[in-house]
Design a protein around this ligand. Structure first.
Ligand code: AMP
Length: 287
């Protein structure tokens, strides 16, 4: 087998160019590592769909706010490499911050060109409490697309706002690749898998089930004929207790993120709750 781990942009480019010369289709799965079954579902989809699969592992500093968990974000490269090898990944790109952003790491927008998503997509949902987050996401994803030049890139529905924004960026900037969205993977109790679940105590883990409970109940009510968003929102309150800090519960158009007052087949419901200071997100479609 060829070398699995690559940390240098010039080296990875050589490998990709060789694959392109051979006419092979390349899939990219961007991640921040600490891989779990959610990530693996994207990776498996890429391995199935493409001739070659590249997984990037990079905890991207430009998408973390000053008071967020950049330093304590789980980093498990050895285990990640093992998982990647097991599911047939061809190349793992795990650059240092200096490799991605240059020596000196001039990460402020005084010194770095950023890709900034449109205001309409970032005046809501996660972007409200995570100022500049999606500038960092779009910038690093655009850089990864330029470095790897994939034919397909795989993203999880788990990060629904991110997925909509990346699709918009690809369309607006005529990026020559296709974005494939993959469904949310949950544990046996319905909790959406996330690298941040590692921060949860056993008690908080139980409390975290509230996100999926609220979404499931909203869907149930919708399927019984309730489509007024105010009434659907009210059904959530009965599930919340003093351990849950509800950040948002919003009903939006699944493609444009426009707020809805009446739910229909194009509606996506998104929720963010803080439990023991761990911020969790989840979402579902109304269908
Ligand atoms: P992250 O490492 O958190 O940046 O996530 C990398 C990719 O994996 C993103 O496209 C996420 O949406 C996706 N992902 C994370 N958790 C899940 C999950 N539970 N189900 C499906 N996709 C996921």
């Amino acid at each position: 087998m060829e070398k699995l781990l690559e940390t240098k942009i010039t080296e990875i480019r050589k490998q990709i160019q060789e694959w392109k010369r051979q006419g092979l289709k390349v899939g990219l799965v961007p991640t921040m590592g600490a891989l779990h079954e959610g990530h693996l579902s994207l990776i498996k989809k890429s391995v199935e769909t493409c001739d070659k699969t590249v997984v990037s592992i990079f905890v991207n500093p430009t998408q973390f706010g000053p008071s967020e968990d950049l330093d304590k974000y789980p980093r498990t490269l050895e285990a990640d490499l093992k998982l990647c090898e097991e599911v047939g990944v061809d190349l793992v790109f795990a650059p240092s911050t200096a490799e991605m952003y240059g020596e000196g790491n001039m990460l402020s927008n005084d010194f770095l060109t950023y890709v900034v998503p449109p205001f309409f997509y970032v005046d809501k949902l996660c972007a409200k409490s995570r100022l500049g987050h999606f500038d960092g996401v779009c910038t690093v994803v655009a850089k990864l697309f330029n470095i790897i030049q994939p034919d397909y890139a795989f993203f999880g529905q788990k990060d629904a706002q991110q997925l909509v924004i990346i699709k918009k960026m690809v369309s607006d900037l005529n990026m020559p690749l296709e974005i494939i969205s993959c469904p949310i993977v949950r544990d046996e109790n319905g909790l959406a898998l996330s690298s941040r679940n590692k921060y949860l105590s056993p008690k908080a883990n139980e409390e975290a089930l509230v996100l999926n409970k609220i979404l499931t109940n909203i869907k149930l009510c919708y399927n019984k004929g309730v489509n007024d968003v105010r009434s659907l929102t009210e059904t959530a309150y009965g599930f919340l207790n003093e351990h849950h800090e509800l950040e948002y519960l919003e009903f939006v158009d699944k493609d444009t993120l426009e707020a809805k007052s009446v739910a229909d087949g194009n509606t996506m419901v998104l929720i963010a709750v803080k439990i023991d200071n761990v911020r969790l997100i989840d979402n579902c479609f109304m269908m």
